[in-house]
Design a protein around this ligand. Structure first.
Ligand code: ADP
Ligand code: MG
Length: 376
């Protein structure tokens, strides 16, 4: 081992910085795949990297695994600088999109493979393999070959194979992409339970926002090789910091406008798309006169027959579309200004109220705590 390969300790052993990326970048010729990402992951955290295809997620994951070297920046794991360590020297395991199980080997042999290579004694291998298979509830399938298993079962075997090596960091690249939509959600919840039970630090990469929201303790939204927001699923959904994040995480209504009243406890925004102003019951960092966008989630919008009270936070229009989604209906109301507003109305309240139907005149309304003000 050369001096550069030796893991060097760093000062910080902060549990909030169990994994730490410090200005990590990856450039392939002309392509900047990852540009200066700084990020910390806590011990035993399930962290999701969320972004659309091509934004650099896999590249970042591959740098953590050591399959790609960083063009610049440092990577630390549990207080060690691992930036220059080859993959086999890193206490990191990556579960691939395709699972990459050996087709000619049994489940048991697949899970044992890595330990055999490490020269772990036979008795210990046997014990650890069955412990891992029990954990993913595949103990009864140990003698089967991968092609005798369903997609979900293959995924659990791949997970057992990753966990059996007791990595400090587990990397999952789009772990559900080979599964049918129906079993995906069930599998997401199962996987979280297993990972929490084992107590492993995990970085999950996905382009599926529901998957990230379901599985992650915290997530980072990535676009064009950069992280644009990081936080709990709840915080990122409720307090997006940009139009991009507001539209990427869930769907939203965006109104362009200008701040016309700026107080510490409320602001008023006028939008050419709305006949009446938006009244927001909190202060914002943007100054008076600033052009902004206001985001209001569809579930915050009510659809009414009668004109609401007050002089703000409502608009008049006509129901242009109603999609029945089972537990809720998705309304599209075309405002007098021509703007389409989306509202999701719970089925229960539809049944109770005399809700407007397709083609009816309607009012959309929202409360003053529903809006998020975003930079334009
Ligand atoms: P994601 O996983 O988010 O879909 P990737 O990390 O795979 O994105 O890719 C990010 C960008 O880097 C893309 O533009 C991709 O074409 C480019 N890229 C990835 N790997 C290589 C490579 N080995 N050589 C050149 N460009 C690459
Ligand atoms: Mg990828």
């Amino acid at each position: 081992m050369t001096a550069a390969q030796a893991a060097t300790p760093v000062l910080s052993q902060d549990p909030d910085e169990f994994v730490k990326l410090d200005s990590v970048a990856k450039i392939y010729g002309e392509t900047v795949a990852v540009q200066s990402v700084s990020l910390s992951i806590r011990r035993n955290e399930l962290f999701a990297l969320l972004g659309s295809s091509g934004c650099g997620k896999s590249t970042l994951l591959r740098m953590l695994a050591g399959f790609e070297s960083a063009t610049s920046g440092r990577i630390y794991l549990d207080g060690e600088d691992i930036t220059d360590l080859p993959p086999y020297r890193r206490p990191v395991n990556m579960m691939f999109q395709s699972y990459a199980l050996f087709p000619h080997m049994t489940v048991q042999a697949n899970v044992a493979f890595g330990l055999k290579q490490e020269g772990v004694p036979r008795a210990e291998i046997h014990e650890r393999v069955f412990e891992a298979l029990d954990l993913v509830q595949m103990g009864a399938y140990s003698r089967r070959k991968p092609n005798q298993l369903s997609g979900g079962q293959q995924q659990r075997v791949a997970l057992a194979r990753s966990l059996v090596k007791r990595p400090k960091l587990l990397l999952l690249d789009e772990p559900m992409s080979a599964l049918d939509k129906q079993i995906r959600q069930k599998t997401q919840i199962e996987l979280v339970k297993i990972l929490e039970q084992v107590g492993v630090t995990c970085m999950l990469v996905t382009h599926d926002q529901e998957e990230a929201m379901t599985m992650a303790h915290r997530l980072a939204v990535m676009t064009e090789g950069q992280i644009v927001q990081c936080g709990t699923p709840h915080d990122v959904y409720s307090f997006p910091n940009s139009r991009f994040v507001a539209s990427f995480i869930g769907s939203t209504n965006l109104f362009a406008g200008t701040i016309v009243v700026d107080e510490s406890d409320h602001v008023v925004i006028e939008s050419p798309e709305l006949a009446r102003p938006l009244y927001v019951d909190h202060g914002v960092s943007e100054p008076l006169g600033m052009d902004v966008h206001v985001s209001i989630r569809p579930e915050r919008i009510r659809v009414l027959r009668e004109q609401p009270d007050g002089d703000s936070n409502w608009a008049h229009g006509q129901v242009a579309h109603v999609a029945w989604m089972g537990s809720y209906a998705l309304y599209q109301v075309k405002l007098d200004s021509g703007l389409a507003v989306h509202a999701s109305v719970p089925a229960l309240s539809l049944a109770q109220a005399d809700a407007p139907a397709l083609g009816d005149e309607a009012y959309v309304a929202w409360s003053s705590d529903s809006a998020t003000v975003l930079p334009s």
